[in-house]
Design a protein around this ligand. Structure first.
Ligand SMILES: [Fe+2]
Length: 296
């Protein structure tokens, strides 16, 4: 049993470009082009060599029957093999030749998100991201309880692990129709005039259809898919049974912990950037006011 997992590029905002490649320049011999086997060339112009690779259907990090008896091979065959695949195929078709063609998955999600009238490209891009994230949120022999800082934060922000479970279950059960429930991390100290440790917190969210917390600037830590296609073959319409099984037997708390650590590092970097910009801006302001007074 793995004690930790390697998070995919899809869990690293801004790095999903690794799933794709692009090259612009004068013609190179084919031997100079190195693409891994899961990338496909889909556009080569005559005047300028331009190669972009399509998004790939990334497999779960375990065999399709590895989650049995809690999630059947048939569910994975349909959920990953058909539904997830369709999102990838649709998006590749929809972005070909458009301005979205060379963007990372995260950038497509953020660029196409518009309240109330979500574009098909948003839905497919977000569903690819959500499913890549889902497969790594679970593992064979999962469930149990987190440890260390993740557990401490859960206990601080939800009073107890049991209360967190109650709230997470309730969010997943009450999401009307298709959607997702999430545990996410939000750093509200960035730009706050009086930042405090309490402003860095874990929250539970639910989202309809393909929407995910990236569009609200939250860092997702864990998710459960509550579209019917996620559980119907194994549980028919018994969504609460699926949610309980998912929590007790499938969640990978190691993956959640790695994501929390990553979210904290990214938030610290963002805060540092912001501070640096503020200092630069105030330096510029003071030097321009000095030169104004010199010229008077
Ligand atoms: Fe799904």
């Amino acid at each position: 049993m793995a004690s930790s997992i390697a998070l995919s590029p899809s869990t690293v905002p801004g790095q999903n470009q690794l799933l794709r490649s692009s090259f612009h320049g004068s013609a190179l011999p084919p031997s100079a082009i190195s693409l891994t086997s899961n990338k496909q060339i889909h556009h080569v112009s005559k005047t300028c060599l331009k190669i972009t690779a399509k998004f790939d259907l990334k497999p779960p990090p375990y065999p399709l029957d590895a989650l049995e008896p809690h999630m059947s091979r048939s569910t994975l065959e349909y959920h990953w093999g058909k539904h997830h695949r369709a999102y990838v195929d649709n998006l590749n078709r929809q972005i070909e030749g458009t301005e979205l063609d060379e963007l990372s998955l995260e950038d497509i999600i953020l660029k196409t998100y518009n309240k109330g009238d979500l574009l098909p490209q948003f839905n497919n891009a977000a569903q690819i991201w959500n499913h890549d994230f889902l497969w790594e949120s679970i593992k064979p022999g999962g469930g149990g309880k987190p440890t260390g800082e993740l557990l401490e934060l859960i206990e601080r922000d939800f009073d107890s692990f049991e209360k967190f479970l109650e709230e997470f279950k309730s969010a997943a059960a009450t999401q009307f129709g298709s959607g997702w429930a999430w545990l996410a991390y939000k750093d509200n100290t960035i730009g706050h005039p009086r930042p405090s440790e309490k402003d860095r917190k874990l929250v539970i969210l639910k989202s309809p259809n393909a929407v995910n917390p990236l569009v609200w600037d939250y860092a997702p830590i864990l998710t459960i898919d509550v579209w019917e296609h996620a559980y119907y073959l194994d549980f028919q319409n018994r969504r609460p049974d699926y949610i309980s099984t998912f929590i007790s037997n499938l969640i990978s708390w190691e993956a959640a912990d790695l994501r929390l650590q990553k979210a904290k590092v990214e938030a610290a970097e963002k805060a540092k950037e912001k501070e640096k910009k503020k200092t630069e801006d105030s330096d510029t302001d003071s030097s321009s006011s000095e030169s104004d007074s010199d010229s008077e």
